[in-house]
Ligand binder design. Structure first.
Ligand code: SF4
Ligand code: FES
Length: 250
């Protein structure tokens, strides 16, 4: 198929960016979106033009790096997939495709389609962990029984890959779906309950510091999330936060 691509080009954080138009012939419908981007970059290199910078790593929906808007939707038109899992068969011959970086105050643009999602790492560092005794007396995790429904919900929350599509799709650039998934994956399990209060207070504080907006229950985050993380996690985090605010000595 033949495509016209409108790609956001921006040299660095400071300079203004703009959409450049490129034409691409012979795109196979079996290519992934990132393979199509590779072909574009090969063509640009052959033409002596700087290739388009975009993030990617695993190319199998695990790492959360391949974050970009495709025709105004984070990860493109398909449901429950990342950009690397999106296939060109979702597009038609002759289509014009707009490709832009995620836009949010908390995700400053580094170059072209690459944004800095370090804010997510800082939120994780603020509390997205459990403290475990590793002095040689570590308890076997299986000695602590976990109800199946809690284990399933914790597992579902843990499938969040930190891609940031929830922020990019939200009119408030809220990071609540991401943060609530990280809070829930621990707070649902007995091992995570010990630090639960401190965790939710610290992670929410860091989230606010990073400049993400508040949740107004629009639900766009869930619709665009490649891992279909449930809004139930946001409700759980709000309950945890309220409880911790009232009872914590922090
Ligand atoms: S909640 Fe979904 S959209 Fe948000 S970072 Fe996690 S996987 Fe990505
Ligand atoms: S490259 Fe890892 S999720 Fe797409």
């Amino acid at each position: 198929m033949k495509l016209k691509l409108k790609v956001w080009r921006q040299k660095n954080r400071k300079e203004k960016g703009k959409l450049e138009t490129y034409s691409l012939d012979n795109v196979s419908e079996h290519m992934s979106f990132l393979e199509m981007m590779d072909v574009l970059n090969e063509q640009l290199i052959n033409d002596g033009v700087e290739p388009v910078a975009f993030d990617h790593d695993c190319r199998e929906g695990i790492c959360g790096m391949c974050s970009m808007y495709i025709n105004g939707q984070p990860h493109g038109p398909d449901r429950g997939v990342t950009t690397c899992q999106l296939h060109m068969r979702k597009f038609n011959d002759g289509d014009t495709i707009y490709i832009e970086p995620f836009r949010a105050k908390g995700f400053p643009i580094v170059k072209d389609l690459v944004v800095d999602r370090g804010a997510f790492d800082r939120i994780q560092r603020a509390g997205g962990f459990i403290s475990v005794n590793t002095s040689g007396n570590t308890q076997d995790a299986n000695l602590t029984p976990v109800p199946k429904k809690d284990a399933d919900k914790a597992f579902d929350a843990a499938t969040c890959i930190g891609c940031g599509a929830c922020v990019a799709s939200c009119k408030n650039a809220s990071a609540m779906l991401f943060v609530s998934a990280k809070v829930s994956q621990y707070s649902l399990l007995p091992q995570g309950k010990v630090e639960a209060k401190r965790r939710v207070l610290n992670m929410v504080e860091q989230m606010d510091k990073e400049g993400f907006g508040n949740c107004t229950n629009t639900g766009a985050c869930h619709v665009e999330c490649p891992k279909e993380i449930s809004l139930e996690n946001i409700a759980r985090m709000n309950r945890e936060f309220l409880k911790a605010s009232i009872t914590s000595e922090k």
